[in-house]
Design a protein around this ligand. Sequence first.
Ligand code: ASP
Length: 323
Amino acid sequence: MSKKTLLLIHTGGTISMSEDESGSVKPEGENPLMRHTPNLNDYADFFVEAPFTLPSPHITPDHMLELKKIIEKYYLEKGIHGAVITHGTDTLEETAYFLDLTLRLSIPIVVTGAMRSSNEIGADGLYNLISAVRVATSDEAFGKGVLVALNDEIHTAVNVTKTHASNVSTFQSPQYGPIGIVTKNAVLFHHTPKLDLKYSISELSKNVAIIKAYAGMDSRLFSALADLNFDGVIIEALGQGNLPPGTVSGIQDLIEKNIPVVLVSRCFNGIAQDVYGYEGGGRQLKKMGVIFSNGLNGQKARLKLMIGLAQSDDPEYIAAMFK
Ligand code: ASP
């Protein structure tokens, strides 16, 4: 069988960095992935792009949009069979989810990164890159949405999250697990993901904040958000979707100003729901017009709301996106 052609996009992150004598990890000269990527051509032919080289805390939704456009361009002009993106791990899940929501392509798009920089003992970058390439060339990866491949596991963009500050097994999909694994000889999928709708987007101009709830919280942060011209807010609420009573008036103000308020749970597992009937409980919040998300974490709900607000400010449209 002839080799497939992939687009390989390097964006920076630890996978492209090195450690100096003082132990500081940073980008240094040429991206090492551009220098030595042994055996990659055994798996596929490549177009290589490096539109920016950034630590992932510097990545913005505009960079994500740029990546989407690059992938679409190569798909249309070169007929690529898939794409692999190397990315810093801190915001990797956000880029993966943004692409998952906005790319209307069935070819495999696989995002990867590394927890150890290129010259550290046990560096995982090249290994993860080769795994991601193998996943992207697998026929079974077709039509599964944007995937994240690290540490021998394949996760969906919608469920995966960074769970550990330094461990190489940091990427997990709480509640759901990986949808496949990478072994020495094979790429094996054991689940087929349920795909979300895709949203057309050509620019992003809306500001959405994330606020985490805590015991004894009051309304001041919510009141400040409207003054700061935020267009929407994600609240990482307590437990099953509840807030301290002192926050209710601030949230009411936001809703009256037509600023959508989307609620996720600050718990690592589980889905926010309108169960509790007390002051600040989910029942009251839902009646007020707070939108309960469908299990996304805060950072992914934020991207979805930004994308939604770029399409429409109709509260019903926005609410339907989170069903
Ligand atoms: N801080 C780094 C980044 O996200 C971590 C990594 O790449 O793993 O760019």
